[in-house]
Design a protein. Structure first.
Length: 146
């Protein structure tokens, strides 16, 4: 195991531009994740967590091709954030927040239920609503709030 770590250090010493590139991309992804999380939280409809199923977007019927392109772009961005977050676990940056942001962007079975479970935690809901207050958006409502 130490041989691998030493080999890794030697490789980075021989290729310093790779380390600089990783550092710059880490800073970029960190800033993007901070701004992106705030923007995404502000875009959530206040009644998003009141239902047990996600309601379909209006684009499904109006512009299916545009919806597909947006879905592909959103999932690609999510995968990039997850990859960047994994890199930030060993490089400077907020790796876990970036990974969570990526997971919230991509589509997978059970995602909506996971989101509801996460938002049911009082500390998470408080943090999300703090961001929404700063963005001058109404607080998120949950079934337990009715």
């Amino acid at each position: 195991n130490m041989d691998f770590i030493n080999a890794l250090f030697l490789w980075f010493a021989a290729h310093p531009s790779v380390l600089v590139g990783l550092g710059i991309s880490s800073i970029f992804i960190f800033i993007l994740s901070l701004l992106g999380v705030s923007w995404f939280v502000a875009q959530i409809p206040e009644d998003y967590f009141l239902t047990t199923k996600r309601s379909p977007s209006g684009l499904e019927k109006k512009a299916p091709v545009l919806r597909l392109l947006l879905l592909i772009g959103k999932n690609f961005l999510g995968v990039c954030l997850i990859a960047g977050g994994l890199l930030m676990l060993v490089l400077p940056g907020q790796g876990l927040i970036t990974i969570i942001t990526g997971l919230l962007l991509i589509d997978y079975p059970g995602k909506f239920q996971l989101e509801q479970k996460i938002v049911s935690m009082p500390s998470v809901l408080k943090a999300l609503n703090w961001i929404r207050i700063k963005a001058k958006k109404p607080l998120l409502k949950r079934n337990s709030d009715i």
